[in-house]
Design a protein around this ligand. Structure first.
Ligand code: G1P
Length: 290
């Protein structure tokens, strides 16, 4: 028996130092890809998966910006209404989340992803919940998290999104020690955070989508540090293997690593082409530019 996944945690307390100076005054998750900030894609993907409670692990400064992005803006809405800008009005209204659906908590020290999720424990520890890292932007017909919710409904336990990476990049990811693999769904007997290529048990990496059983907090509570001296979410998931089912899903879609400059620019091209009202202009510009 599984329960519905209704809560998502967004670990968004990072300083975004790789994107300075863009992130000097603006949180990284507010950087736009085409016409939307990264965090909005993440919220939409969660909504498509049936989620109704959005928990942001952040800091007071970023909270203010997130609150104004996802809160109502009466002045803007009346101005758009007055000017007859109905399409824009609809966009603004769709961005607004009902107040009761939005929660904030703070991560005061950068102690790792596991620690960030642990900071949200009071909101989620009573059941299963999702974690979405907005840096990993996924273009997919059916949202990646919805695909994962369907796998969770079959197996329960912990589910992560996975994709193959070149072996020389394993040290950037959580890597699965594969047990069974049907080409789409994988079960693993272990997980290793950021192994060196020669130590990696496979090349199947976790990307930033998780459905987690509340039991991960049993491990996160211990505040054990792992790779890079940080409290790793991967280690907490690994510690529950045997206690709860664990599956990786090779999701259907394309993932853009918006934590890197190249991935961010690629995402802007791909989403720009998809979301542009003048796609052919953009396409021919890109062709002529190249
Ligand atoms: C985190 C996780 C890692 C995962 C990655 C996906 O690493 O710790 O297991 O593979 O996200 O993007 P980070 O990118 O925060 O270093």
């Amino acid at each position: 028996m599984t329960t519905a996944i209704t809560k998502v945690v967004f670990p968004v307390a990072g300083l975004g130092t790789r994107f300075l100076p863009a992130t000097k005054a603006i949180p990284k998750e507010m950087l736009p890809v085409a016409d939307q900030p990264l965090i909005q894609y993440a919220v939409q993907e969660a909504q498509q998966a049936g989620i109704t409670e959005f928990i942001f692990v952040t800091n007071p400064t970023n909270r203010a910006i997130l609150e104004s992005h996802f809160g109502a803006n009466d002045a803007l809405e009346s101005m758009l209404l007055e000017r007859g800008k109905t399409a824009e009005l609809k966009i603004v209204a769709e961005t607004t989340l009902p107040e009761g659906q939005v929660k904030f908590c703070y991560q005061d020290e950068p102690l790792g992803l596991g620690h960030a999720v642990w900071c949200a424990r009071e909101f989620v520890s009573d059941g299963s919940f999702a974690v979405v890292l907005p840096d990993d932007l996924i273009m997919a017909k059916t949202g990646c998290l919805k695909q994962m919710v369907d796998v969770y409904a079959r197996f329960g336990g912990n589910v992560v999104a996975v994709e193959e990476v070149p072996r020389d990049l394993t040290s950037r990811y959580g890597i699965l020690d594969v047990d069974q693999d049907d080409g789409e769904i994988v079960s693993a007997k272990g997980l290793v955070e950021k192994p060196a290529p020669e130590d990696a048990p496979s090349t199947l990496s976790i990307i930033g989508r998780y459905i987690l059983d509340g039991r991960v907090f049993g491990h996160l509570d211990k505040k054990v540090t792992g790779a890079g001296g940080e409290i790793q979410l991967t280690d907490a998931i690994s510690a529950t293997i045997g206690e709860v089912p664990f599956h990786g899903l090779r999701f259907d879609g394309t993932r853009f690593d918006c934590g890197s400059m190249n991935g961010f620019v690629e995402a802007n091209v791909a989403f720009g082409l998809e979301r542009s009202h003048h796609e052919s202009d953009l396409r021919s510009y890109l062709k002529s530019h190249l």
